[in-house]
Design a protein around this ligand. Structure first.
Ligand code: SF4
Length: 353
């Protein structure tokens, strides 16, 4: 297999030329393809995240008409921006976009950065969007990799391993970078994406009219069996949580790096599976009381199925640092982990404390 793949790199110029020639002739005529203005490309990429092209097009035109540049976005009232985003969903995208436009004005003299590394300093811009803007608008040779590109490359290179594993992403990032046409990085990136959208589709793949069929290890086989994506296997784990309350207030751990979910408040939760929970609870009490288990809550995070055993205890005099009794009325205003929220809802009642 390694030798077969090597043939593609040996014939790299031909692969790039075939793809670029096809793109030049057959690409869709999209409004943002008529521009290399980084504001236009940025906006289109943000809108296209999690959203189809057909949905995005009317929004893109209307938004650009109302907000023709980043200055207009930066100074717009948020409600006005949201009005033009209504129906696209994922509203954090437009909020982040406004924050990032302001960052450009404040930190970059109003000029959108040209390099991917700089672009990633802006709110809401990750690897993919940074690479899109830098390559399309400023010819930086940095490859774009998303699910679309991974699908095309998994077929071209007959990559049969599970693409859900982190090692796969690394493989595709490195491979896409090696395949990238250094002189035309923007067009090459868009060509690979366009091939995935029009020809090397998830289903009904159009191999007979594919411009790179000569280079593709899946041609004439069963390309739709790739990429192979296996859902991660769930593992079951047990956590323990303390419900300590007084005067309609519940003891919460403040957001900290070692919380189960970073930047979230949570109940005192023991999730170190190598030591008994009593070791964690010790700090809350002068003398560790007998723990009374009141029930459990089930919850899933990524590939973990968690059963959390809940213990209810009257408020101790001793409270360790980094914790606070929070009134129930404040619960809606703080970022509280879903697991803790579930536990409080299920087991807390003022009468029981
Ligand atoms: Fe995809 Fe078929 Fe083209 Fe290979 S030949 S890249 S499988 S469309």
């Amino acid at each position: 297999m390694a030798k077969k793949r090597q043939n593609i790199f040996d014939g790299l110029k031909n692969f790039q030329a075939a793809l670029l020639a096809w793109y030049k002739q057959d690409k869709r005529d999209l409004p943002f393809r008529r521009s290399r203005d980084p504001y236009h490309i940025w906006l289109s990429e943000i809108m296209l995240q999690q959203t189809t092209m057909a949905t995005v097009l009317p929004y893109y035109k209307a938004f650009l008409k109302k907000f023709p540049n980043l200055q207009s976005v930066a100074r717009a009232p948020e409600e006005e921006l949201l009005k033009f985003w209504q129906g696209l969903g994922y509203y954090s995208r437009v909020r982040n976009f406004q924050t990032a436009c302001r960052q450009v004005l404040e930190n970059f003299d109003g000029k959108i950065p040209q390099r991917a590394a700089e672009l990633k300093k802006l709110k809401g811009i990750g690897d993919y969007t940074a690479a899109a803007i830098a390559s399309i608008c400023f010819d930086e040779p940095v490859a774009l990799v998303d699910g679309n590109v991974m699908r095309v490359l998994s077929r071209v290179l007959e990559y049969k391993k599970n693409i859900a594993l982190p090692a796969a992403k690394k493989f595709f990032v490195q491979t896409a970078q090696k395949l990238l046409d250094q002189k035309h990085p923007g067009d090459f990136n868009q060509a690979l994406m366009e091939l995935g959208a029009l020809v090397c589709r998830p289903k009904s793949t159009l191999c007979p009219s594919c411009p790179v069929q000569k280079h593709c290890l899946s041609f004439g086989k069963n390309p739709e069996s790739l990429p192979r994506k296996e859902k991660p296997r769930f593992i079951s784990v047990d956590y323990h949580a303390l419900l300590i309350a007084k005067n309609n207030k519940v003891l919460l751990k403040k957001p900290a790096a070692d919380n189960l979910i970073a930047n979230m408040w949570e109940l005192p939760t023991h999730h170190d599976l190598t030591t008994p929970p009593e070791n964690s609870w010790q700090k809350y009490f002068k003398k560790l009381p007998k723990l009374t288990r009141v029930g459990s809550v089930r919850h899933s995070i990524t590939n973990k199925k968690i059963t959390t055993h809940v213990y209810r205890i009257p408020a101790p005099n001793l409270i360790s640092q980094g914790h606070e009794f929070v009134p129930l009325a404040r619960f809606e205003q703080i970022p509280l982990s879903t697991l803790s929220r579930k536990i409080v809802k299920k087991f807390f009642s003022p009468e029981s404390f």
